[in-house]
Design a protein around this ligand. Structure first.
Ligand code: URA
Length: 215
């Protein structure tokens, strides 16, 4: 299986198409429909980066001209894990690129008194230990719920995990590095910081509200 330590702990995808689309997503005048469309497009560009060093094997095929051993992705189907609810916005685009992936969901909410993440839903594919597992959540803010979600995936057997997000705050990256140094992060931007309420700034606001139109 590919070694996640082949990837740096943090990769910021600075491709012009990613940065251009991200600017439109940040813009407060961008509509819900456009936001969703951009998220789908950008998720595929980010997925391209996070899957860059997947293992390949070869398969014997016949082209119209001759037989050849052609490359195909090795190993069990990857598992995509959406961290609810905003993770679903990234999930759809990544699934278009990797339609055979298995899909799981992790639901966590923040307890208002303890401020700690509490699990309310957990359903993941079997055989996580043998799969590349890509957890998706657009906003890596404090990193508390992301780190908790990765804890749960490791408890379920996952050993080869990557984390895909749209925006990251330095606090979230540091929290993930401390809790899960073996989990590479791929993002479109490393923003400046977190507001008192835990929003990434300059950011794009509440990703769930913007993609589902709930505010
Ligand atoms: N979650 C969001 O949706 N936005 C932020 O800025 C931080 C966490």
């Amino acid at each position: 299986m590919s070694d996640p330590t082949d990837l740096p702990h943090l990769t910021v995808v600075d491709h012009p198409l990613v940065q251009h689309k991200l600017t439109h997503m940040r813009d407060v005048t961008t509509s819900t429909a456009k936001f969703r469309q951009l998220l789908r497009e950008i998720s595929q560009l980010l997925a391209y980066e996070i899957t860059r060093n997947m293992d390949l094997t070869t398969k014997a095929i016949d082209t119209p001209l001759m037989p050849m051993n052609a490359p195909v992705i090795d190993g069990k189907k990857m598992a995509l894990i959406s961290i609810l609810r905003a993770g679903n916005g990234l999930l759809d685009g990544v699934l278009e690129l990797v339609p055979s992936a298995r899909v799981g969901f992790v639901g966590l909410y923040r307890d208002e008194e303890t401020l700690q993440p509490v699990q309310y839903y957990f359903k993941v594919p079997e055989g996580l230990a043998d799969r590349l597992v890509i957890a998706v959540d657009p906003m890596l803010a404090t990193g508390n719920s992301s780190a908790a979600a990765i804890d749960l995936l490791k408890q379920a057997g996952a050993t080869n995990i990557r984390f895909l997000c749209l925006l990251a705050a330095p606090e979230g990256v540091a929290r993930m590095k401390e809790a899960h140094p073996d989990v590479p992060i791929v993002t479109a931007a490393l923003d400046t910081g977190l507001t008192e309420k835990g929003y990434i700034y300059p950011g794009l606001g509440d990703a769930g509200d913007r993609m589902f139109g709930t505010k």
